[in-house]
Write a protein that binds this ligand. Sequence first.
Ligand SMILES: Nc1ncnc2c1ncn2[C@@H]1O[C@H](COP(=O)(O)OP(=O)(O)OP(=O)(O)O)[C@@H](O)[C@H]1O
Ligand SMILES: Nc1ncnc2c1ncn2[C@@H]1O[C@H](COP(=O)(O)OP(=O)(O)OP(=O)(O)O)[C@@H](O)[C@H]1O
Ligand SMILES: [Mg+2]
Ligand SMILES: [Mg+2]
Lengths: 227, 227
Amino acid sequence: MLSMQNVTKTYEMHRQKVVALDDATLEIPEGDFVSLIGPSGSGKSSLLVMLGGMLSPTSGRVMLNDQSMYDLDADGRARMRKANIGFVFQTFNLIPYLSAQENVQVPLYLSGTAAAEQRERAAELLQRVGLGDRLDHKPNELSVGQQQRVALARMLANDPAVILADEPTGNLDPETSEQVIGYFEEFNREGRTIVMVTHSPAAAERAKRVLKLRDGKIIDDRASLQQ
Amino acid sequence: MLSMQNVTKTYEMHRQKVVALDDATLEIPEGDFVSLIGPSGSGKSSLLVMLGGMLSPTSGRVMLNDQSMYDLDADGRARMRKANIGFVFQTFNLIPYLSAQENVQVPLYLSGTAAAEQRERAAELLQRVGLGDRLDHKPNELSVGQQQRVALARMLANDPAVILADEPTGNLDPETSEQVIGYFEEFNREGRTIVMVTHSPAAAERAKRVLKLRDGKIIDDRASLQQ
Ligand SMILES: Nc1ncnc2c1ncn2[C@@H]1O[C@H](COP(=O)(O)OP(=O)(O)OP(=O)(O)O)[C@@H](O)[C@H]1O
Ligand SMILES: Nc1ncnc2c1ncn2[C@@H]1O[C@H](COP(=O)(O)OP(=O)(O)OP(=O)(O)O)[C@@H](O)[C@H]1O
Ligand SMILES: [Mg+2]
Ligand SMILES: [Mg+2]
């Protein structure tokens, strides 16, 4: 359902060419649960963001449901993304002038949900991640781990078929991390496809499959230790 | 050398009063190495930022070398901070329009180092954290873990007597995390005082002493398991 065919991403810097992803080919069938690991700077976020239709490859193709994502125009790709993919960014990307509840309402608003239901669903999702008493706080009035949980709640809002999560537990304590990995296992059991970048070896083994990157190349693709 | 006396920090929100830190008293002797753990939202960043002279308590006092930090004016406090404390923020706070090297030069510039030596020392520090080939990259041209390492290099620039680090390995892979904890052990052996917020139980036990927060209160203060 999601695949990359010979995807390369390079950045031209004044003195050097930086290869963020180097000829990556991979296939993720519907219902898979993949963790993506590798050293800092190895290309994980680049891979995830390209898989999510948000960064065009320098060469190669990214397919979602047999549609080549970057052969669509920006609007077509955005529509495809909104309909199918829930994203958790490594830096959350919350809207600073909106409250936690309003941030979670954004995707619901974009998918045409009625206002009253938007607020109710956003409140439920925030309650679920332990932020029921922080609905009106703006991002800078929240701890970093709380901001991360708002980003998680927002990702869940439209019941996405595909979840792409970049370090979803990076700023969370062990108990909350466990809770979050538990949700992901639950979503996967419900049939959603999940790709999760993580630096936590323990979290990585909770997926079904582990992909390892180094210097922009996929150097390993194996079943997780719990399979 | 660093202490808090009955420090409370509250935020007045429209509908509620949020207690970020609740009557915290603690003493950190010179040369100590303290890790600070606790659930997301429990007050760790608030405590660290107040200890570093960057957020005034609602009540209580913070002492550095017998000087009450918040009884100084903003300039006096800033001078005291620059002379004594190296800080690693949970969100790095790099200057977006400066390169990695220029970001690390900033504290050297502020402490009156000559320009050529600024550049040289910044390059060495970045080399040390594995970013020797990323000197000219701006923060948005770096991976998140690389941005974190720039923040670490910047913290080291003025050879600080006190290191306050908020999640210094939060976005780093296991190998780089190990390297960073290794530096902190080294700095501590050199006589620097370290307070490190971390969500990693393993990293926490590499300190000498572990403080635990919950709901803004210090609920535990013990020797680390490796002592
Ligand atoms: N400007 C603010 N206005 C209102 N509440 C705030 C503000 N800043 C922080 N808080 C609240 O204070 C509490 C403590 O925040 P703090 O950032 O210190 O937590 P933390 O322990 O560092 O959490 P994390 O592990 O998620 O980084 C949180 O519940 C947060 O919602
Ligand atoms: N806009 C850019 N311009 C130049 N180089 C870039 C840019 N964005 C990323 N890079 C480089 O591409 C490489 C891959 O970056 P990426 O963010 O994908 O790494 P990552 O595996 O997610 O790392 P981390 O674990 O630190 O988050 C890095 O070496 C980085 O310096
Ligand atoms: Mg990344
Ligand atoms: Mg914090």
